[in-house]
Design a protein around this ligand. Structure first.
Ligand code: HEM
Ligand SMILES: *[C@@H]1O[C@H](CO)[C@@H](O)[C@H](O)[C@H]1NC(C)=O
Ligand SMILES: *[C@@H]1O[C@H](CO)[C@@H](O)[C@H](O)[C@H]1NC(C)=O
Length: 477
């Protein structure tokens, strides 16, 4: 906070100088440059502080609403150190996603790429990215989930839930579950001391993504860099052991090692695994937690969800779920879609133009930042009736009118991004959340917290980690 205050103070001083040196008329002329209209805010910090304070509240929408009302769905602002074109426009977002690698490329500050590692899928470009993206897809597609992954997802979710007694923090438990699932999927490790130790380091590492990137031993960022080193070391040791192991496994790691025929280097494998663990961790677990929060706040939806899962359970002799069970949860899929729409954990994506780009009549110069906001579109009344209300029924086939508009969901609904960087975990996440919801609503009754607010900065989460008092109805293992 002190740092922010200091920034603010410096900015004010500079702003006054700025006003003296450049009289109003000669300042940034958006129209002349062909840029969307907007406001660059204060020097250096731009409008970052307004954005941060909006997203720290339960209702961040006014930040975007105000600007869209004033300038339209494409506007220019200044965020996190750079002028940025902000898109709240579904067509423009689609254009940005589809032209990844041609007119745009993903862009992360070096503070984040240092934490992820050079060889992570999120940072790769060109042909290598294409190859690795499809390799990842081939380990997360529905055939693989059905034939291989589902058994472990179901078993590990039950194992976790079975240990719950009295009070648990749902947000923390969900994180533990998704971490264990990902470790199992990537390298066939069952949960134990090793995974828990690795997870502790991960928590520190993730904090680093949302901190001021000053690397001293006492800062959050410094601790994150150290945690990254520890995680990488643990993974490196594991990779080495695997190389020696003659017992062939069929997981992501095996594919990376390439079974002898020119696989990847140790450093590449470590970066790759590390980033996959980051990508699937906070995202999936947050949706698990928030689905429960929204269901609790919408009792009719919770009742209908319970009914759907009781019906599945009544037909079975064992607690374990199968693929056909997953395929008979239509309302659950509506709940998941609606949670992704409203809480939209990845609010949008940053890209950088690699050429002068014509976007809906404006010209964005080469090298500029563009933020394609998914959240702005998902919560736009133009595209969804009563867009700011949680309403899972809007996804029911018979009711698709409340999705609004004639554009169809293909354009406007992009919780998993799109184009060459479409999230390879989109089906996996859905299955994990469905299995989790099934065992939660059939296996427990719970008392929710009296009040636990949603905040959106630095990440989407509930303020009190959603503590619930649980009572288990039957054994899950
Ligand atoms: C509810 C859960 C999830 C959400 C909302 C989500 C969302 C997203 C989005 C929006 C992107 C695109 C980023 C961009 O265009 O720059 C993405 C990329 C990615 N996601 Fe997910 N994700 C989820 C779960 C997962 C899971 C479970 C995995 C694990 C396999 C995963 C792995 C990845 C990877 C590796 C990328 C990078 C793809 C690339 O750059 O080519 N995600 N995710
Ligand atoms: C999923 O990937 C496997 C290879 O790992 C492939 O054989 C299968 O056809 C793919 N399935 C789908 C639905 O794309
Ligand atoms: C949920 O969203 C996906 C797109 O991510 C869509 O394909 C699917 O049909 C939606 N499910 C329902 C029940 O509408």
């Amino acid at each position: 906070m002190d740092f922010l205050l200091l920034c603010l103070l410096c900015s004010c001083v500079l702003y006054v100088f700025f006003l003296i040196i450049f009289p109003r008329s000669s300042r940034f002329n958006f129209r002349k440059l062909g840029l969307p209209p907007g406001n660059l805010g204060l020097p250096f910090v731009g409008e970052s502080l307004q954005l941060i304070s909006a997203y720290k509240s339960e209702n961040p929408e006014p930040f975007i609403d105000d600007r869209v009302n004033r300038y339209g769905t494409l506007f220019t602002t200044h965020l996190f150190g750079e002028p940025t074109v902000f898109s709240a426009d579904p067509e423009a977002n689609r254009f940005v996603l589809q032209n990844e690698g041609k007119l745009f490329e993903c862009s992360y500050p070096s503070s984040i790429s240092n934490l992820l590692g050079r060889h992570s899928l999120l940072l790769m470009k060109g042909g290598l990215h294409k190859r690795m993206h499809s390799l990842t897809m081939s380990f997360t597609n529905s055939t693989i989930i059905k034939d291989i992954l589902l058994v472990d997802i179901d078993r590990l979710v039950r194992l976790n839930l079975d240990s719950w007694t009295d009070q648990v923090f749902l947000q923390d438990e969900a994180k533990k579950i998704t971490f264990e699932l990902t470790v199992k999927q990537l390298m066939s490790f069952d949960p134990g001391e090793w995974t828990e130790k690795l997870r502790k380091e991960y928590l520190l590492l993730i904090d680093g993504f949302f901190s001021v990137p000053l690397s001293f031993f006492f800062t959050t960022y410094g601790k994150a860099i150290r945690a990254r080193r520890n995680v990488a070391e643990a993974l490196r040791v594991m990779v080495r052991e695997r190389r020696k192991d003659s017992n062939k496994k069929k997981d992501m790691l095996a594919a990376l090692l390439g079974d002898g025929e020119g696989g990847f280097s140790e450093e590449e494998i470590v970066d790759f695994l590390l980033a996959l663990l980051v990508a699937g961790y906070d995202t999936t677990s947050t949706i698990m937690t928030l689905a429960v929060k929204f269901l609790v706040e919408t009792p009719l939806a919770l009742a209908q969800l319970k009914e759907e899962h009781e019906e599945i359970r009544a037909k079975k002799s064992s607690v374990a779920l199968e693929w056909s069970d997953y395929k008979s949860m239509p309302f659950t899929q509506c709940v998941i879609n609606e949670t992704l729409r409203v809480a939209n954990i990845i609010g949008g994506v940053f890209r950088r133009t690699t050429a002068d780009v014509n976007l809906k009549g404006y010209t964005i110069p080469k090298g500029w930042k563009v933020f394609a906001s998914f959240r702005a579109v998902h919560l736009d009344q133009l595209h969804y009736k009563e867009a700011r209300t949680f309403n899972p029924w809007r996804w029911q086939q018979s009711n698709s009118g409340s999705l609004g508009g004639s554009t169809g969901t293909g354009n406007v609904y992009t919780p998993f991004g799109g184009g060459p960087r479409l999230c390879p975990g989109y089906e996996l996440a859905r299955v994990e959340i469905s299995v989790f919801l099934h065992h939660l609503v059939t296996g427990f009754t719970w008392v929710p917290p009296e009040e636990d607010k949603l905040v959106f900065f630095p990440t989407t989460r509930t303020q009190k980690r959603y503590p619930i008092k649980v009572q288990r109805l039957h054994r899950l293992v």
